[in-house]
Design a protein around this ligand. Structure first.
Ligand code: PAF
Length: 287
């Protein structure tokens, strides 16, 4: 497994793959890898086969964190991540520095961003207004540097995946986007690097997101269709059983357009976010 830190070295590697017709799959991550990430790596290998190259990027991207957010507290476990990547048969780990990704940013010398203007406004974008500009910018940069044929994202970040698909379509990027299912702990909690920042008491209550999704799904399956308002009050009741979690938003929407719906039926997607003392968790499912 190769470790590449320099943007120019990664570009040389990508150009060589291009010249030799070697297919490349990219799994973009911010590190603190868990079984959910590893499922993306396996999917990446399936997509390019044994002769292709699987590249995992590990980069905690500062531009997707607002000043008051958890950039400094974001968990970092590089040695373990590298060991996991090696064990999973990753070919290259790309781990650039801030100064190579955003030269001179601190002094205003970096000034080009990619902005998706529609799907980014709601849900995560409502709570974190500059977040998706940072995500689309860094993902576009990673695509330019790594030149992947395919890139794999997790369904836990459903809105992110929809925005990246839109960016790829709108900007004619030659990369196929694949979305892999959410991997869950035994109690249903979606695997996330941020789970590491839950206290034991919070961890015991963190299944409230999944319990809310299940309660909504059960209500929709029982009635055929239910108003979003009614489902929201049901979810607020579920959150009363987990006082350490504060519901940030819950939304019901079309899976592709992310348009909110007032009447929820089978096929509608539900997403929610909850705040704990040092972690903010998100989850979503098809109802
Ligand atoms: O989902 C993530 O971990 C990040 O948003 C991503 C896609 C790696 C961009 O920094």
């Amino acid at each position: 497994m190769r470790k590449i830190s320099k943007v120019t070295a990664m570009q040389r590697y990508a150009a060589e793959c291009g010249r030799s017709g070697t297919r490349v799959a990219l799994v973009p991550t911010m590190g603190c890898l868990h079984a959910g990430h590893m499922s993306l790596v396996h999917k990446a290998r399936k997509q390019v086969g044994p002769g292709g190259r699987v590249v995992v990027s590990i980069y905690v991207n500062p531009t997707q964190f607002a000043a008051n957010e958890d950039l400094d507290a974001y968990p970092r476990t590089l040695d373990r991540d590298l060991a996991d990547c090696r064990a999973a048969g990753v070919d290259v780990v790309f781990m650039p520095s801030d100064s190579s990704m955003y030269p001179d940013r601190e002094r205003g010398g970096y000034s080009t961003y990619v902005n998706e203007e529609n799907l980014s406004a709601s849900m995560e974008g409502g709570s974190r207004p500059t977040h998706f500009r940072g995500v689309t910018t860094v993902v576009a940069k990673l695509f330019n540097i790594v030149r992947p044929d395919v890139a794999i994202f997790g369904a836990k970040d459903w809105q992110q995946a929809a925005i990246i698909r839109r960016m790829v379509r709108d900007l004619n990027m030659a990369v196929k986007i694949t979305v892999a299912p959410t991997v869950r702990e035994a109690d249903g909690l979606a695997m996330s690097s941020r789970n590491a920042n839950l206290s034991p008491a919070e961890r015991a209550q963190a299944d409230v997101l999944y319990r809310s999704l299940r309660a909504a799904r059960a209500a929709v399956r029982a009635a055929g269709s239910v108003s979003a308002a009614k489902l929201r009050s049901g979810i607020r009741r579920v959150f009363k059983t987990a006082p350490l979690a504060k519901l940030d938003y819950v939304e019901f929407f079309h899976p592709d357009t992310l348009e909110p719906v007032r009447t929820v039926s089978s096929g509608t997607r539900m997403a929610l976010a909850a705040r704990f003392s040092r972690a903010r968790l998100i989850d979503n499912e098809r109802l």
